[in-house]
Design a binder for this molecule. Structure first.
Ligand SMILES: Cc1cc2nc3c(=O)[nH]c(=O)nc-3n(C[C@H](O)[C@H](O)[C@H](O)COP(=O)(O)OP(=O)(O)OC[C@H]3O[C@@H](n4cnc5c(N)ncnc54)[C@H](O)[C@@H]3O)c2cc1C
Length: 416
């Protein structure tokens, strides 16, 4: 792998940048692999990378029906934080945040992780009690988190409306300074390049259409490019996980909903943090390019159309203008939707299944981007050992039978 560096950039400038190496190969599928990862989004690619890097398992294929990172990885609003309420979730997301901090160096790829801080606003007394509870729980878990006043909020975000005249006056916020955003495409590309360099075969335009299962053990997949065999298969197919599970005769406790995002015309820098509000139900940050990156909650209906409804767009923008009247005349440039799989307790599934050798990593709902490195790291360890990693273990499918749910609705909030 050609390493990227300042020196390399200068050297390539001399040949007008015409001699850069391809970032990853385009191999022909082999008949058999030690591990197959289904889904070439950030989580699937991270899983393959850590399998190769941390466990020496390099005979791995990532099967992606479209192009790399073209699913939710390319469609999200890139918020990264770890201020979750319950110990299990806090451990998982904080493990991820730890990996984010060194990810650009580890991958030799600039994922533009920017720790610009994330605030979650409170607008009622109950909001503030919930925020206090969450901040205390975070601190007990060693996560940096504090409660800040409207005056402190105004200092960090001078353009926000903290006046008492607001329809839903801002009473305070939780503030995680080490949280922030990252460049979503670069995350997929960085993991893909690094995994490929370690020998992982990334097979784009390769759709899994069925599983080969004998005596309760998986031993391969059917694809549009022929059958491929492996006795260890990890499915990381985000919004399509219910569909993929059905091919193996499994029903996952998931619902699939559209989730939308918007970006505005580019503006000069005005907002250098991330502001979220569960109560008015919207969140916003400003990208390095200048556009406002905006989102809210899921569409209530179920479906696989990657669009979303106009009413949600309207509701989202009402929330943004409630917090930032200054943005009322800003034009929105683009809107899109992704499909998110949500579980009843707003937590993901990282689990074995009743089919031996077949694992699922899904149900991240509206908030899995932030977990990309952590999810890949613990899922790779689980696939390598055949047993779930201790951080992943509480997120087993069994929790829907045992009742050991991890109720993160509060922290998932506007649903992140
Ligand atoms: C609008 C929006 C905003 C969001 N904002 C945030 C946010 O701010 N912060 C945050 O943490 N999270 C956010 N999320 C959630 C986040 O994007 C996802 O949880 C995360 O990207 C999931 O990653 P993934 O790699 O599992 O999924 P994906 O990137 O969707 O990858 C799954 C891949 O599987 C492939 N696939 C599916 N079926 C098959 C098949 N049969 N065969 C082969 N391949 C298949 C798909 O083509 C896809 O590329 C948001 C999501 C959306 C839609």
């Amino acid at each position: 792998m050609q390493r990227y560096s300042g020196f390399g950039l200068a050297k390539h400038a001399l040949s007008h940048h015409e001699n850069w190496q391809r970032q990853w190969r385009n191999p022909t599928p082999k008949k058999q692999y030690d591990v197959i990862v289904v889904g070439g989004g950030g989580h699937g690619l991270a899983t393959a990378y850590y399998l190769a890097k941390n466990h020496g398992i390099t005979n791995v294929a990532v099967l992606e029906k479209g192009w790399l990172g073209g699913g939710n990885t390319a469609r999200n609003t890139t918020i990264v934080r770890s201020n979750y309420l319950w110990d299990e979730a806090a451990r998982l997301y904080d493990h991820s945040l730890d990996l984010w901090k060194g990810l650009s160096q580890d991958l030799n790829y600039n994922v533009m992780f920017s720790q610009r801080g994330v605030m979650n606003l409170g607008h009622t007394l109950q909001d503030m009690r919930d925020i206090q509870r969450r901040v205390h729980a975070n601190r007990l878990n060693g996560i940096d988190s504090e409660v800040i006043s409207p005056e402190q909020i105004k200092e960090i975000v001078p353009i926000i409306d903290t006046s008492k005249r607001a329809r839903y006056p801002i009473l305070g916020a939780s503030w995680q300074k080490t949280a922030g955003v990252a460049r979503h495409d670069a995350v997929a590309w960085g993991f893909a390049r690094a995994a490929d360099a370690l020998g992982v075969d990334i097979l784009q335009n390769t759709e899994v259409t069925g599983f080969k299962i004998r005596d309760g053990q998986v031993y391969g997949v059917h694809t549009n490019r022929g059958d491929i065999e492996s006795k260890t298969i990890g499915c990381v197919t985000a919004g399509n996980s219910g569909v993929v599970a059905k091919m193996a005769g499994l029903t996952l406790p998931l619902e699939s909903h559209p989730l939308q995002a918007l970006v505005s015309e580019p503006l000069k820098p005005v907002l250098d943090t991330v502001v979220m509000s569960n109560h008015v139900h919207g969140y916003i940050s400003q990208s390095d390019k200048g556009d406002l990156v905006i989102g809210a909650g899921i569409n209530g209906y179920l479906g696989y159309g990657q669009r979303g409804s106009y009413t949600t767009v309207e509701h989202t923008l009402q929330a943004i203008v409630e917090m930032f009247p200054i943005f009322s005349r800003v034009r929105m440039n683009r809107q899109w939707g992704g499909i998110v799989d949500t579980c009843a307790d707003a937590c993901p599934i990282l689990s074995k299944t009743k089919v031996k050798g077949l694992f699922f990593n899904c149900g991240w709902g509206t908030g899995g981007f932030k977990a990309t490195p952590g999810s890949g790291h613990v899922f790779a360890a689980s696939l390598a050992k055949g047993e779930m990693h201790p951080i992943a273990a509480p997120f087993s499918i069994d929790r829907f039978n045992t009742g050991a749910l991890i109720d993160e609705h509060g922290a998932a909030g506007v649903a992140h």
